[in-house]
Design a protein around this ligand. Structure first.
Ligand SMILES: [Zn+2]
Length: 116
């Protein structure tokens, strides 16, 4: 008799959550999600997805995790952004930079100019 147990070790346990619970989970992990129609961009795959398409999976400790809505992409909330900041020529990125000019030439701490 052959065992099929080995296969299941590598299968992610995706689950379906009711909309309100999914939204709460998104907010817990990723801050402001007004609703499941809200769209975000994923650095991992570079694409846009919405809350409905986000996948939820459960680990063996019973914790719930979120995964990018793009098929085959395993991007997680740390990869998600409101606009594709990695693409400077994207209209949304341009718009964001225009509204927040102080972000234009500074990617954060600004301490990498000159080190003594
Ligand atoms: Zn992705």
């Amino acid at each position: 008799m052959r065992s099929f147990l080995k296969l299941s070790l590598f299968m992610t346990d995706y689950i379906e959550l009711p909309h309100n619970k999914k939204l709460n989970l998104l907010r817990d992990h990723d801050g402001d999600w007004p609703n499941l129609d809200h769209e975000k961009w994923c650095l991992h795959c570079g694409k846009k997805f919405n809350g409905h398409s986000v996948r939820v999976w459960k680990d063996d400790q019973g914790s719930l995790w979120l995964e990018c809505g793009t098929p085959e992409c395993d991007g997680s909330p740390i990869d998600w952004a409101d606009y594709p900041w990695w693409d400077e020529s994207h209209p949304l990125t341009k718009k964001h930079l225009k509204e927040n000019p102080n972000l234009a030439d500074d990617d954060g701490e600004g301490d990498n100019e000159k080190l003594l």
